[in-house]
Design a protein around this ligand. Sequence first.
Ligand SMILES: *Cc1c(COP(=O)(O)O)cnc(C)c1O
Length: 396
Amino acid sequence: MYERYQGHLQHQLADIEAAGLFKKERILVTAQGPEIRTDAGKDVLNFCANNYLGFSNNPQLIEAAKKALDSHGYGMSSVRFICGTTDLHKELEKAISDFFGMEDTILYAAAFDANGGVFEPLLTDEDAIISDTLNHASIIDGVRLCKAQRFRYSNADMEDLEDQLQQAQPCRFRLIVTDGVFSMDGNVTPLDKIKELADKYDALIMVDESHSAGVIGKTGRGTTEHFNLRGQVEIITGTLGKAFGGAIGGFTTGKKEIIGMLRQRSRPYLFSNSIPPAIAAAGIEAFKIMTGSTELLDRLHVNRSYFVEQMTKIGYKIKPTQSGICAVMLGDAQLSQDMASRLLEEGIYVIGFYFPVVPKGEARIRVQLSAAHTPEQLRKVVAAFEKVGKDLGIIS
Ligand SMILES: *Cc1c(COP(=O)(O)O)cnc(C)c1O
C-alpha cells in the first residue's frame, strides 16, 4: 500500500522543490544569539531570530531555569488540571496578568495552542469573528475550529473593518482579532482606531502580542500600552517563544470569566501537557527583568533606528516599522534569494521572503534586530548590505 502513496508524496515534494519553496534547515551548533556557528563551521551574525531582548541566552534566565530543575524537577507528566500545576505556573500566570494589566492568565504549550484554543470555547454559530487578513496562521486555524461566522478585513484597513462590522451586526457577539505587530512588515496594528470601531459597533477585541510584547510600548507591554489602552481589550494572546526567552510556551491573558471558561473548555489546555517548571521559572525571571528596567527595550529601539537610518541612507527602501522587524524591500523573488545567500557569504544570516508568504512583487529580506546586537555587529550588517547591494545593482 505504501508504494502508491510514497509515489504521491515524492511527486508533491518534487513540486515544492521545483517551485523553489522547499524549506531547508540550517543547523546551529551554538546557543541562539546575535553570533552563531552553523554545523558547516561558519560563524555568522544572526539577524533572523525573534530574540528581541537577547533573552534566548540570558544568564539570569538560565540560572532561574537551573534552580527550578533542582527544586521542581524536569517534566510535569500531566495536563494542568490533573497534576500539572506548580506554584511556578501560578506565579508566571500572575506575572503575565500584571505585565499586561489583565485580570487572569492561562498558560499553553505554545501561542499556536493559545490561538488554536481560544475561539471555539467562547463563540458559537450565533457569533462573528472579524479577522485581519495578515493574522498569524494559528489564528486562522483557531478560527477554523470555531463555528462563529467569519469576516475578514484587509490588513490594518479601518474602512474595511467598519464594513465588516456593519455586516456582522445581526450576530449576537462580535470579536475583532488582530496581531499586535505583523510579522512580515513589522507594522503595528492601529489599535486605537480598532477600539473606536469596537465601541461604535459593540465588539470585543483580541490582540495577539507575539511580536509586540516586550517590544512595543514605553515599557514593552505591547500595543495596549502603546495606544494607552491598557486593560481595555478583552483578550491578549502571546508567546514565551520570542522576546521572553524564546524557549517554548504561550498564554492567553484577559477578563476573568474569559480565562475561566478557557480553563474549563479550551482543548489544547485540557488535553496537552503542562510546560516544564524550568520554563515557567525562566519566564518569571524574564517578566521581572522587563518590569524592573527598560534598558534592553531601549537598546532594541536604538538598534532598530540605527539600522533603518543607515540602510535608508545607502539607498534601501524599508517598510515603516516601530518593531524589531525591518522589511528590506527588493521586489523580485529571485533577487531576494540571491541577496540572502550573498549576505550569508559575508557572514550575515537573514532570510528572503517572497510570494506566497508576501504579496507578488513584494519580495524582501526580513531583518530582525535585537537588544543583544552590538554597535560593531550593526555596522557590519549595514556594510554587508552595502557591498552586496552594489554587486547586485540594487543600490548605487
Ligand atoms: C510566533 C507567533 C505565534 C506562535 O508562537 P509559538 O509560541 O511559537 O507557537 C503565534 N502568533 C503570532 C502572531 C506569532 O508571531
